[in-house]
Write a protein that binds this ligand. Sequence first.
Ligand SMILES: NC(=O)c1ccc[n+]([C@@H]2O[C@H](COP(=O)([O-])OP(=O)(O)OC[C@H]3O[C@@H](n4cnc5c(N)ncnc54)[C@H](OP(=O)(O)O)[C@@H]3O)[C@@H](O)[C@H]2O)c1
Length: 402
Amino acid sequence: MREWLRDVLARRPGWMNALLGFCAYMTFLYLPFDFFVKPIARDEEVWFGVVLTGFAAKATEPLHWALYAAGSYGFWRMRPWMWPWAALYTAQVAIAMAVWPLLEVGGAKGLLMGAVSFIPFAALSVALWNARDRFQAPRRPLRERYGEWALVTGASSGIGAAFARALAREGFSLVLCARRRERLDALAAEVAKECAVATRVVPVDLAAPEGAERLTAGVADLEIAVLVNNAGFGSAGRFELQDEQRLVEMIQVHCTAPLVLTRRLLPKMRSRGRGAVVFTGSLAAKQPMPLHATYAATKAFVELLGEGLWAELRGSGVDVLVVEPGTTTTEFQAVAGELPHEGETPERVVAVALERLGEQPSVAIGWWRWLRGNLGMRLLPRSLLARVAQGAIEKQTPPSLR
Ligand SMILES: NC(=O)c1ccc[n+]([C@@H]2O[C@H](COP(=O)([O-])OP(=O)(O)OC[C@H]3O[C@@H](n4cnc5c(N)ncnc54)[C@H](OP(=O)(O)O)[C@@H]3O)[C@@H](O)[C@H]2O)c1
């Protein structure tokens, strides 16, 4: 806990930690109290020094709340969009601090009070304006950070193919794994031509008990710097209608194969003091998923395995990330036997994953999915969650499988 706190505080200077603390106080204590508990008659909000009261104050509180919530998140993660917004918002507060005493107190006393309270906020605004680099710290290229070879499982389609293309653009040589050899060969030829990187195709069925072992044997002569455990599939429908063998294979592909691959490739990364392991998990890991019960259970395993390894490997030079896509437009739906429905692009999933790799244990794709996964799905009663999920998934499942 102490180490975690030290890590968190080390990400920004002390004065910014104080601002983070203030934003968190406003977000989680003061503004909820103001909005939900304070009577409208006693409500006051100050914007640019103008005091709003009563209903006008209550109505503008959610905007204040949203601003402080964005500030809490922005300082916590040191997000690039904090520049220039944090400086501009603080300038607004500085103006308010100068104008408010002038309007409310007036005269020389008001002027003096305004000047005294303006100065610290103006100074803070200037400091935030000058802190642009802290919010946009240049990141070392992935290839430089981790090494030469990236191994992507499930590279013949969807998110895996998008990972392969993105990593090739980053300059990694690629090992491509899946069952459909012709697809892997075509992708290898494409990235070799477009990105001038070396490639190796290792067609393997990861559902086979010896699959992961065959894959590690196929790369034994390479120094794998980045392992992307991505291969996977869904199988929609009621549990008792599912083919038992297919469910066992799902556990093999989602849980056993990534575990074995990571266990075998990690020691070398660790001894080199650099490397990365990415797991394609799912938002499904966060809640019970009727009609996809086994799938969600396997993804919960992936999530906890990855997040646990993230903590174990901190400081070793090896980064771990679980990426948690929601519905994504790939071949997944057709393979799972679902009815078609809209989703995210695989390219976006991969862009978010590669951007956050090395920053955090797991990442959802977009703030709305983050809120669903980290607030809704954690706080709501499991019975309610399971039923809401069932309603949604039934719409995506052919009637014969419900
Ligand atoms: N699409 C979504 O909505 C969504 C949402 C959350 C998480 N995910 C996860 O994202 C990952 C990638 O899925 P996707 O959406 O990109 O689906 P996809 O387009 O169907 O791709 C799945 C990949 O996994 C490979 N694969 C499946 N079974 C395999 C096996 N037995 N051995 C080796 N490779 C195997 C497939 O290759 P071959 O068929 O050639 O073997 C294919 O390359 C999966 O882990 C999935 O659970 C997807």
